[in-house]
Design a protein around this ligand. Structure first.
Ligand code: PBG
Length: 328
């Protein structure tokens, strides 16, 4: 057959394939989410093999090792004692909030590691919502929640957070947090906005991990994005950018690659994508059943997110993938 163009020529050997590879994973792309609780012993999260609720001490050790493996940043999520939860999430602003202690200790032990603090109320509210409810209890109160998030963000910055990451999806919170940080003299604290956060069923295992499964009939769909909407996601990104976000995020990642691509084309800000707990769990589950090759699917899932346009990937696989990247 006379063929001038043979695409297979460049695919013949691994050497050739490496030369023409368009996307590469790097440890510097990875952000490692970690759960911290107030006990001496770690506790596994059943639906997330390999993921633990860690003691502060073990969290600090894991932070150091993650940094040594080339990971630039960790995202910390506290697991709060149910006895400290109430409808208003009061404990969030308490000076003995576990998250502040974890931030202080991690910053002292590994100062070069970038610390990202979650700014939302769901770890602290007994109903599991990301904000406080209106008086009649029928809705999550946007403006009252933003007031609390302002204070929470400032305290997180004071405890050592380099980046605060509002994951609540209240309107106007990025601008309000920026103003509050600046007023507190924290002009250098960055905001990574969960800009396009969808009301996704893939968050299930995370809610088990932090104990935030919702006990009210209110749906998170009243504040998180409808999974059907791309244009609305772009409006969210635009608003957060205008309000002063330093980085924006799309979440979940794998089922929303089109959103990642589109956001990449609409903003010049660094773009993070959060490969969430359910994405992690489904790869583990299928591999355990013997139905998928664990490492290959893990790596392919991350490469696809990067190829779609993400600069950073927040992933529970971060540590093991960074270790593997060191070896190749
Ligand atoms: C809530 C929050 C959620 C996640 C991160 N922050 C869950 C939710 O919105 O209910 C999910 C992360 C994951 O599934 O890995 N502020």
């Amino acid at each position: 057959m006379e063929l001038k163009t043979r695409m297979r020529r460049l695919r013949r050997t691994e050497g050739l394939r490496r030369m023409v590879r368009e996307t590469r994973l790097d440890a510097a792309d990875l952000v490692y989410p970690l759960f911290v609780h107030d006990f001496e012993k770690n506790e596994p999260v059943a639906s997330m093999p390999g993921v633990m609720r860690r003691s502060v001490k073990d969290l600090v050790r894991e932070c150091r090792e993650a940094f040594d493996s080339g990971i630039p940043a960790v995202a910390l999520f506290p697991v709060i004692d149910p006895a400290k939860k109430d409808p208003r999430g009061t404990h969030a602003l308490s000076s003995d909030n576990l998250l502040f202690r974890a931030l202080r200790e991690a910053k002292a032990a590994v100062p070069e590691l970038v610390l990202i603090a979650d700014a939302a109320l769901d770890p602290y509210t007994d109903h599991g919502h990301d904000g406080v409810l209106t008086e009649d209890g029928h809705e999550v109160d946007n403006d009252a929640t933003v007031e609390i998030l302002r204070d929470l963000s400032v305290r997180e910055a004071e405890a050592g957070a380099d980046i605060v990451a509002p994951s609540d999806m209240m309107d106007g919170r990025v601008g309000a947090i920026r103003a509050a940080l600046d007023a507190a003299g924290r002009t250098d604290t960055c905001i990574m906005a969960y800009a396009a956060k969808f009301a996704s069923a893939y968050y299930g295992p995370f809610r088990e991990a932090v104990g935030s499964a919702q006990g009210t009939p209110i749906s998170k769909a009243t504040y998180q994005l409808d999974p059907a909407n791309l244009r609305e996601a772009l409006r969210e990104v635009e608003l957060d950018e205008r309000e002063g976000a330093d980085m924006v995020m799309v979440k979940p990642a794998g089922p929303y690659l089109d959103v990642i691509r589109s956001v990449r084309e609409h903003t010049k800000l660094p773009l993070a994508a959060y490969q969430v707990s359910g994405e992690y769990a489904q790869i583990h589950a299928a591999a355990r059943a013997g139905w998928l090759d664990y490492e290959k699917c893990r790596d392919e899932s991350l490469l696809a997110i990067k190829r779609a346009g993400a600069d950073l990937i927040i992933t529970y696989f971060a540590r093991e993938v960074a270790e593997r990247l060191r070896c190749i």
